[in-house]
Design a protein around this ligand. Structure first.
Ligand code: NAP
Length: 291
């Protein structure tokens, strides 16, 4: 039977690091602060917002919400970004997406100050990921995958890794982060021919296709390490991944569960980014203190 790669210990490990850095900031009179911008009342956004704020409390990060009506205009939203970009008390900014159709995401992506863009919305940060420049903020889910692999000491250097999915939020940036770790990376997508033959040859397979229990035993070999990024509803409305976990667990070497796997690490990475942004903006960090 394969090992379950649980996200919880990874979260604990990351939290300890964040807490010690927050302590140093506080000792220097700096209080890391996150502003969440929510347009409208989407249930998913409110759920995610609550979870982020709860995690902020745990880590002594100040979490604030700017709530805007779904009818907000581009001019009004532009002004909000200008104000928060210039507000030195705010270190990290995230706007919940998707946004209502009348708002132009291509323009909004360019409004946020890249230094405060903890969720990698700005093209500046995305470009850095593709340049192999680690001074920006990579997408949190892609980074969560790297963290879970590193925590469990899964070698990446020279490993054959297949990323299934090529979205700009998960698949593509993740492939770049894996390249930075010296993995040999292939990307599959909806037009890939005979995908099981490709994935079953890999040492590590990351599933990020958004199709409930799509990847079954034939997609893997006995030594496969499987990271399932997918969050979907199955036939009964229960949360499941892109991999058929129950069918695959017995075959592979290790696999992340759909609940309690990559997903729970993502929010911790987001808050790690807030602290990083705060350190950059204030010049206070564990290695360099004003005092
Ligand atoms: P997305 O934008 O819909 O992209 C899906 C990708 O999968 C596309 O590149 C698509 O290929 C590919 N694909 C779709 N069907 C396929 C198939 N049958 N065979 C091979 N490739 C296929 O999704 P996403 O935003 O990247 O998210 C992917 C999954 O991760 C979703 O389940 C989402 O809920 C989950 N997710 C989880 C987190 C987290 O924190 N854990 C965060 C974000 C997303 P084409 O490009 O050819 O269309």
């Amino acid at each position: 039977m394969g090992t379950r790669l649980e996200g919880k210990p990874v979260v604990q490990f990351l939290r300890e690091n964040i807490k010690s850095r927050v302590r140093v900031l506080e000792e220097n009179g700096v209080f890391p602060t996150l502003l969440l911008i929510r347009v409208g009342e989407r249930e998913d956004d409110i759920f995610y917002e609550k979870s982020i704020l709860k995690n902020c409390d745990l880590l002594r990060i100040k979490g604030m919400v700017k709530q805007l009506p779904s009818s907000v205009s581009m001019d009004e939203l532009t002004k909000v970004f200008k104000d928060v970009n210039h507000d030195s008390a705010i270190h990290g900014i995230m706007i919940f997406r998707p946004l209502p159709d009348h708002l132009d995401l291509d323009i909004i992506r360019n409004l946020i100050d890249p230094v405060k863009d903890i969720d990698c919305m700005s093209p500046v940060n995305l470009e850095k990921v593709f340049e192999g420049n680690s001074t920006g903020f990579a997408p949190c889910t892609a980074k969560a995958v790297i963290e879970i692999l590193k925590y469990y000491d899964i070698p990446l250097k020279g490993a054959n890794v297949v990323v299934a999915g090529r979205s700009l939020v998960v698949g593509k940036p993740l492939a770049m982060l894996l390249l930075d770790e010296n993995a040999t990376v292939s990307i599959c997508h909806s037009r890939t021919k005979e995908m099981p033959a490709v994935t079953a040859n890999a040492d590590i397979v990351v599933a990020a296709i958004g199709k409930a229990k799509f990847m079954t035993e034939e997609y893997f070999k006995e030594n496969s390490i499987v990271v399932d990024v997918g969050i979907n509803d199955d036939d009964t409305g229960k949360i499941c991944g892109d991999v058929d976990f129950d069918a695959v667990l017995d075959k592979v070497k290790a696999i992340t569960p759909a609940t309690g796997g990559v997903g729970i690490i993502t929010t911790t990475i987001l808050l790690d980014h807030v602290v990083q942004a705060c350190e950059k903006l204030t010049g206070v960090s564990k290695n360099f203190c004003l005092k």
